[in-house]
Design a protein around this ligand. Structure first.
Ligand code: MN
Length: 254
């Protein structure tokens, strides 16, 4: 089994090293192709207004001077040549990719790009916490539960144009209660806080910060599973069509 690994935190991200360890439990044919710089929040963006460079760091190890999507597109379309991957793993992201945050996520977008290329694709994210005890082993839940979550999926046929989004709770591995299959949740309030500051020349600038995750319980959601101490595994689809609205709009124009 040939595995392509990417992420959105960059080729030197600690979470990428964790994902390499997880992948090594599944195969010895691993290709690492990731952005050269941090790309969190890049979503599914593609570099169109500037050229993209590929740099080789070792055997089956490359960085791309672009977005997560650029990395996967060049990885499958150029670097790997005829050696198409059987599995794409994106992550392990430092931070959650839950609920409404999914469309901002470069981690999930890299998995979307793999899905578009016909490759079984899984995004993995480690929720982080401000707890100093947790910070001593920030990827412990992902590290212990990663291969456990992925292995059954290797035997499972993914639905066409679908991918999986896995999030690990900010807990020690032995405190994680298990794996729950979830639906994409939604935040009760916008997570983005707009922070205003002044640059060294006195001109205002704006920087997006984060508010806490607020959500309504009781929707079998990814947010709820994480709050309950479970690994969340959400099947996602590339088709963004709203089926109910599609039907209603058809009636509207009859
Ligand atoms: Mn990231």
């Amino acid at each position: 089994m040939r595995i392509l690994i990417s992420n959105d935190d960059g080729i030197n991200a600690p979470g990428l090293a964790i994902l390499e360890e997880i992948a090594a439990e599944l195969s010895d044919d691993i290709w690492v192709i990731a952005p050269s710089e941090e790309q969190s929040g890049a979503g599914h963006s593609l570099s169109l207004s500037k050229p993209v460079r590929i740099r080789q760091h070792g055997e089956r190890r490359y960085s791309v001077s672009g977005t997560p999507t650029d990395s996967v597109m060049l990885g499958i379309g150029k670097i790997m040549g005829d050696l198409k991957p059987d599995l794409l793993l994106s992550g392990v992201n430092r931070g959650a990719n839950l609920g409404d945050d999914i469309t901002y996520s470069g981690t999930v977008a890299a998995a979307m790009e793999g899905t578009l290329a016909g490759v079984k694709s899984i995004a993995l994210s480690q929720v982080h916490s401000a707890d100093p005890l947790y910070d001593a082993a920030p990827f412990q839940a992902a590290s212990h539960w990663g291969a456990k979550a992925i292995k059954p999926l290797l035997e499972h046929d993914f639905e066409p144009r679908s991918l999986l989004n896995i999030n690990f709770p900010a807990l020690r591995a032995d405190a994680v209660k298990g794996i729950r299959i979830t639906k994409q949740g939604f935040h009760d309030y916008s997570r983005a806080a707009i922070i205003e500051g002044k640059d060294p020349r006195g001109a205002p600038y704006y920087w997006f910060g984060l508010n806490g995750i607020e959500h309504t319980l009781g929707h079998d959601s990814d947010l709820e599973a994480i709050a309950d101490g479970y690994v969340s595994l959400t099947p996602l689809t590339l088709d963004l069509t709203h089926q109910v609205a599609h039907k209603k709009l058809n009636n509207l124009y009859e």
